[in-house]
Design a protein around this ligand. Structure first.
Ligand code: ATP
Length: 354
């Protein structure tokens, strides 16, 4: 029988959740870094902790890894209370910002290190190392030393090393932040491919929303030690729960309805019509918001034009709105133009306060 790398790496699951945080708090003196979070990490999924610097992502990951103890609450891994289990007994693989490869060992020795520690025999080890290197596309570099590899290649070695031990859960802490922009984008799909081929459960920490949206099954947005929202990329992107999540995902326009509801609409969904043509402007569907405004700034960017607009919202507040418009020539809009802004009903997002 032939086995593909995917078959032989697929871990066995005992439940749909591979890990759980139950009311987990972490304090450092008077400071609360993580505040009473409940979090379920799905087996076989790539779950991303997303948030700005200092929101508690790394603290949460460190508690999951066992490098830090919660001040309160419990952490379950594979259905068992792991709160007091030391890191090396948790069955986790880890890749950090700095790859921490052993410089004196070859690529193959680095990748096989975890297996050697686990007393896996030489023949079996060689086979598993070859398979892991194949998966990350580095089999031809097996005998090289890490210093002769590019950043992206070193990152792949670190990834191969983490997956050879067939971890219950693979933790990735900002694994792409040391790579240049192009490689970072390339590695996103690479990691995603490996994750889906192996069926590994992965927790990724990042502050980059594009990375989170592209790579994740599940996104957990954090702010000030709390979870703001957990959902699929489309759920979080299309229906941000509150203003913080919306702003973090690039919503720019915040308004209050006549009834006092907080609303937002993305710049690319805001339609702009010239004030004197509005009677013939595309019909706005019922419940769309229509505002009078004036163009205050025009930034032509080639693929699109960003208009900054001053408008009055339905609650009579003065608001600044951004509209991203495609397919218009430079000069189509100029500062001082009176316009009508239309936020189509199905593009309006209601936000919870907080
Ligand atoms: P970054 O993206 O910058 O790593 P983060 O979201 O991962 O940020 P954490 O590293 O979890 O954030 O830190 C959360 C908060 O806890 C920060 O304000 C940080 O300064 C604080 N903190 C973290 N570790 C300690 C510590 N050992 N002692 C005191 N405060 C700490």
């Amino acid at each position: 029988m032939t086995t593909t790398p995917a078959d032989s790496f697929t871990p066995e699951f005992t439940s749909a959740a591979v890990a759980e945080f139950r009311s987990v708090t972490q304090r450092f003196g008077d400071f609360t870094a993580v505040e009473g979070i409940d979090l379920t990490i799905g087996a076989g999924k790539l779950t991303t902790l997303l948030g700005p610097s200092g929101c508690g992502k790394t603290s949460s990951l460190r508690m999951l890894a066992g490098y830090a103890r919660p001040s309160e609450g419990q952490i379950f891994i594979d259905g068992k209370d792991a709160t007091r289990v030391p890191p090396e007994k948790r069955g986790l693989g880890m890749v950090f910002q700095s790859y921490a490869l052993f410089p004196h060992m070859t690529v193959a020795e680095n990748v096989g290190y975890g297996l050697k520690l686990r007393n896996v025999g030489r023949t079996e080890r060689r086979a598993q190392v070859a398979q892991a290197l194949e998966m990350v596309g580095l089999r031809h570099l097996a005998d090289r030393k890490p210093r002769s590899l590019s950043g992206g290649q070193q990152q792949r070695v670190a990834l191969a090393r983490a997956i050879t031990i067939r971890p219950t859960l693979l933790l990735l802490d900002e694994p792409l932040s040391n790579l240049d922009a192009r490689l970072r984008v390339q590695m996103r799909s690479e990691i995603r491919r490996i994750q889906s081929e192996t069926g590994l459960s992965v927790v990724l920490v990042t502050h980059d929303q594009d990375e989170a949206l592209e790579m994740s099954d599940d996104i957990v947005v954090m702010n000030s030690g709390r979870i703001m929202q957990q959902g699929s990329p489309a759920e979080v992107f299309n229906a941000p729960a509150n203003r913080f999540v919306a702003e973090f995902l690039g919503y720019e326009n915040f308004l209050t309805s006549a009834e006092g509801r907080s609303l937002t609409v993305r710049p690319e969904h805001l339609m702009v019509a010239s004030a004197n043509t509005v009677t013939t402007a595309p019909e706005a569907p019922a419940r769309s918001l229509i505002l009078q405004g004036r163009v205050t700034h025009v930034a032509y960017r080639g693929v699109d034009t960003i208009l900054t607009l001053a408008a009055t919202d339905p609650s009579n507040e003065q608001v600044t709105m951004l509209a991203e418009i495609r397919g218009k020539e430079p000069g189509h809009h100029t500062p001082g133009d009176d316009v009508v802004l239309i936020a189509p009903a199905h593009r309006l997002v209601s936000l919870q306060s907080g």
